[in-house]
Design a protein. Structure first.
Length: 137
């Protein structure tokens, strides 16, 4: 019997966290591990904690997009720069999140699915020397 890798374990936690997202269009989860493979945090995309909106808010994806906080952004708020060894995301981070991950000094990003809307993130990860690894579950 083989065990999951630490990357697969973190991704499984990210998948579970994504189920908390209230976004009906796309649910994204993220998980960070430290250098001892301890969980630093898990998160998902959504609105700021405690923000209550009318149900109609969710009807127009383009209008709500500026208010959504990405799973990676939520995750990075849970720990300090240099503390994480890796972030696992259910979706390849966008270019904005890629820059933030670079700022936090995180050396590895694992992900499950490609983000078809923005291809600039891969170049940003390469620029900052961040190892990018697509994981199959």
């Amino acid at each position: 019997m083989s065990r999951r890798s630490w990357e697969q374990h973190a991704l499984a936690l990210a998948i579970e966290a994504s189920k908390r997202s209230e976004d009906p269009y796309i649910k994204v989860g993220a998980c960070a591990l430290d250098f001892s493979n301890r969980v630093l945090g898990v998160s998902y995309n959504g609105l700021a904690s405690g923000k209550v909106v009318n149900a109609s808010f969710w009807n127009n994806r383009d209008k709500r997009r500026p208010y959504m906080i990405h799973a990676e952004q939520n995750l990075l708020s849970l720990f300090g720069r240099g503390e994480a060894r890796l972030i696992a995301c259910t979706l390849l981070p966008c270019s904005d999140c890629a820059r933030l991950i670079g700022c936090w000094g995180i050396p590895m990003v694992c992900y499950l699915d490609d983000y078809k809307r923005d291809c600039g993130a891969i170049d940003i990860f390469k620029f900052y020397g961040i190892q990018l690894k697509k994981i199959k579950m």
